[in-house]
Design a protein around this ligand. Structure first.
Ligand SMILES: Nc1ncnc2c1ncn2[C@@H]1O[C@H](COP(=O)(O)OP(=O)(O)OP(=O)(O)O)[C@@H](O)[C@H]1O
Ligand SMILES: [Mg+2]
Length: 256
């Protein structure tokens, strides 16, 4: 799969996102909540970054701003070489479609579509044709190849989230953002999803940013950013769990 990485000319050490002096203020009546209070941070390409911190520390706000789901109050965000601050909603939607994949806590699959249709949606929606080889590879390693004609309601939570992971990866976005992707899963299904995110970084050169409350989940990352009161208070590199263990122990192994 290294071919995909090389074809895009990616080098592992440049930043795919650069946020500078980011602030986000919510107004509630006469009071203001400063959800982000001057965040400057770069996200490295082809790395797995976890964002942790107490409830209310600004994790989701940071993710929503840098992913173009919400607009910052001030500061600058450069995503994959393009400044996204100041773009209109319509332009942001285009940026999100082209450059970003999302995995949410609640899976967010479309109930009327089959697993396969959900997976290829980001590609078909933008008028493209799915990369068959990549889709097959993803479904294979995710252990969902035999469930592709089923609708989400006929899948377990873990299977639904693995479909959501495949959907996030299929268009080869510049960044995959995951907000509490294991929040609704038991520890085993959660471990499978985290292993898949880890493998997408190691095997496909994918960039992943994950917001999590769970220290065990953060251990799958190469780097852990800790937020408190809307600021980055710690930035640590770590040796990820599951990196060398990843090869054949993924959810696909022994499951089909
Ligand atoms: N739409 C909003 N309107 C007003 N205040 C908001 C809004 N969204 C978030 N906030 C406030 O901004 C701060 C940061 O919220 P955020 O959702 O980013 O925290 P979080 O770190 O993701 O928390 P959690 O771990 O509970 O998900 C909190 O004080 C929150 O109450
Ligand atoms: Mg949150």
């Amino acid at each position: 799969m290294a071919v995909h990485t090389a074809a895009r000319g990616r080098t592992p050490d440049d930043d795919v996102i650069t946020a500078t002096a980011l602030t986000k203020t919510y107004r509630q009546g006469t009071t203001e909540v400063r959800a982000l209070d001057g965040v400057s941070v770069g996200v490295r390409r082809a790395r797995f970054t976890a964002v942790v911190g107490p409830s209310g520390s600004g994790k989701s706000t940071l993710m929503h701003c840098v992913a173009g789901l919400d607009t910052a109050t001030s500061g600058s965000i450069v995503l994959d070489g393009a400044e996204i601050t100041g773009l209109s909603d319509r332009q942001l939607t285009r940026v999100r479609r082209k450059r970003i994949g999302f995995v949410f806590q609640s899976f967010n699959l479309l109930p009327q579509l089959t697993a396969y249709e959900n997976i290829v949606l980001p590609v078909t929606m933008s008028g493209g044709r799915p990369d068959r080889e990549l889709v097959d590879h993803l479904c294979d390693v995710l252990g969902i190849a035999h469930r592709l004609s089923h609708r989400p309601a006929e899948l377990s939570g873990g299977q639904q989230q693995r479909v959501a992971v495949a959907r996030a990866l299929v268009a080869r976005p510049a960044v995959v953002f995951a907000d509490e992707p294991t929040g609704n899963l038991d520890s085993r299904a959660g471990g499978e999803v985290l292993t898949m995110l880890r493998r997408s970084v190691d095997e496909l050169g994918q960039t992943v940013v994950m917001v999590t409350h769970d220290p065990a989940a953060a251990r799958y990352a190469d780097r852990v950013l800790t937020l408190a009161d809307g600021r980055v208070v710690r930035d640590e590199d770590s040796v990820p769990a599951g990196r060398s263990a990843a090869p054949v122990t993924g959810p696909g192994a022994g499951r089909r």
